[in-house]
Design a protein around this ligand. Structure first.
Ligand code: SF4
Length: 203
């Protein structure tokens, strides 16, 4: 997936900026409850020059254990979606609205999302993706500062900074509602088309 050359900045410079930010995040105690209950912070992973960034909700139990976003069952489904698009997981940059697990996998509070926004914006401005995919209501509503439902937000592009933003259902929702796979695949096809790419033939 070649990245547009609109903003050349070396991979090494981006990696350095991201690891400095990750070090700050690892020490962060802005959300007292989360800081006291997390195993570790879950910063983000992937290509620091990615053309596409994925933003999810918050780490779950598996992510909290492993320190990487989207590694549980929902992450495995996300990997299948990535593969179906003809990409590799390492082509994408993947992070969440929150960098700490909310106990019991409850939704992030607005205060927690606001606390963590500086780090999300730091990742977005460093990676500087052309496209952002928001996976699920929490990601979409927080990034775009809207109360619209995911059903209304999906299926079209919006903007955040210079990135085009596409919202779709969270993979964990797809695990509970397999019929939602169809609209998600339609959204991914919309993204591929906008990028001038063709999805590979499905096996
Ligand atoms: S969720 Fe974000 S802001 Fe809150 S403690 Fe964790 S890193 Fe800090």
């Amino acid at each position: 997936m070649p990245r547009s050359e609109s903003r050349p900045r070396s991979r090494a410079a981006r990696e350095k900026a991201l690891s400095a930010l990750a070090e700050r995040v690892a020490q962060c105690t802005r959300c007292q409850e989360l800081a006291e209950t997390r195993t570790q912070t879950v910063f983000g992973v992937g290509n620091p020059q990615a053309q596409v960034m994925f933003v999810g909700e918050a780490p779950g139990a598996d992510e909290d254990k492993q320190g990487e976003p989207f590694v549980g069952r929902a992450g495995q489904l996300l990997n299948k979606i990535i593969e179906a698009c003809g990409w590799k997981r390492e082509d994408i940059y993947i992070c969440n609205i929150l960098r700490c697990r909310p106990p019991g996998n409850r939704n992030p509070s607005p205060k927690e999302a606001a606390n963590c926004r500086e780090y999300l914006d730091g990742q977005i401005s460093t990676v500087d993706p052309d496209y952002i995919v928001c996976w699920g209501t929490i990601a979409a509503q927080n990034l775009l500062d809207t109360t619209e439902t995911i059903g209304k937000l999906r299926g079209r592009f919006m903007e955040y900074g210079r990135a085009k933003v596409l919202c779709t259902y969270h993979p964990s929702y797809l695990l509970r509602n397999p019929s939602a796979k169809k609209p998600v695949w339609e959204d991914m096809q919309l993204l591929l088309k906008e990028m001038g790419l063709e999805p590979p033939p499905q096996k």
